[in-house]
Design a protein around this ligand. Sequence first.
Ligand SMILES: Nc1nc2c(CCNCC3CCCC3)c3[nH]c(NCCc4ccccc4)nc3cc2c(=O)[nH]1
Length: 386
Amino acid sequence: SEKTTEQAATTKPFSFKLLKTEGMARRGEITTPHGKVRTPAFMPVGTQATVKAMYPQQVRDLGADVVLGNTYHLMLRPTAERIAKLGGLHKFMGWDHTILTDSGGFQVMSLSGLRKMTEEGVTFSSHHDGSKHFMSPERSVEIQGLLGSDIQMQLDECIALPAERSEVERAMQLSLRWAERSRNQFESMGGPQKGQGLYGIVQGGDVPDLRIESAQRLGELPMEGYSVGGLAVGEPQAVMLKMLEITTPAMPNDKPRYLMGVGTPEDILESVARGIDQFDCVMPTRAGRHGLAYTRFGKVNLKNARHSEDPRPLDEESQCEAASKYSRAYLHHLVRVNEGLGAMLLTWNNLAYYQYLMQGIRDAIDEGRFEEFRQQTKEDWARGDL
Ligand SMILES: Nc1nc2c(CCNCC3CCCC3)c3[nH]c(NCCc4ccccc4)nc3cc2c(=O)[nH]1
């Protein structure tokens, strides 16, 4: 029968095209039911169905192809059932491009009160009102399906570092068993037929053989992509980078690799060089709300009194008005008197800079000059803010 455009679009299978590589750096393109994702990609965080202090169109105009939502926050408020009743998360928040959701395990462990972790799942109390909740691998995938998420995460257990090997191994093995249960639930809900993707999450802490075992055994499951979890949890940057050098070669080469929770511009640049395609971090948005600006020449803390009479904008060559149109003195004032416009302008500037960096990385890999781009960018940052 003649499929409508809409139906044809949503039944295209999830896919990842590897377009170019330079060393371990990769340039690719993911196709989801809501469009394409150019990789390497930075994915702004929209925890409670909004990228804080930004309009969706503003986020899109900066070049973001995907934003993050969160199972933990949305299952508590307004609940996944209510969002589903209202047409799903895309419609609810007015974002008509790709949405990736985390499974909620990380947030339960880092945000919620009293919790009990068993083979079955995790019981926890809401950090809002103390109400009791339960999340299993199956329930997490069900919630992400209700939200209409294009890229879903398995439920996993992420532990903080440093940790005993026995503890790292226990959490890694549990996460592997939960990966299989998540996959079964995802397939029983027809995820693949809707063109959605489910990612497995590699764990294993800072223990090389556990990282390799986790990556290899996850790779045997037919996941649409694979995340590197359990990092950016307190370990030094050198340890994180070392673990990437060990882990990414053990992950499927033809599927997207998502490093969760990372990171600063330098973390991102160094992780692209070690085989990562997708990133998310609250840094640019959270820092913006705290007066910190990311620019081509490093960070500028607008709280600092040295900016109080500086008439220069953050970066007059920037395409983003937040960087080119307002003086540092004005931004300093807004931050000092805690005016909402301060958070809005600095969030806008920071997301603009992150997307500018990602576009530079993608162009550099396309043109076979990523190594040179990486060195030049690090020199620019080191110059500090002129
Ligand atoms: N499922 C899962 N999620 C992880 C996350 C959350 C990623 N952002 C989710 C978004 C969805 C909505 C909320 C966030 C992580 N975030 C970090 N580090 C953040 C470090 C950081 C902390 C504060 C400021 C800056 C960086 N490590 C992470 C590891 C895992 C993991 O193993 N499993």
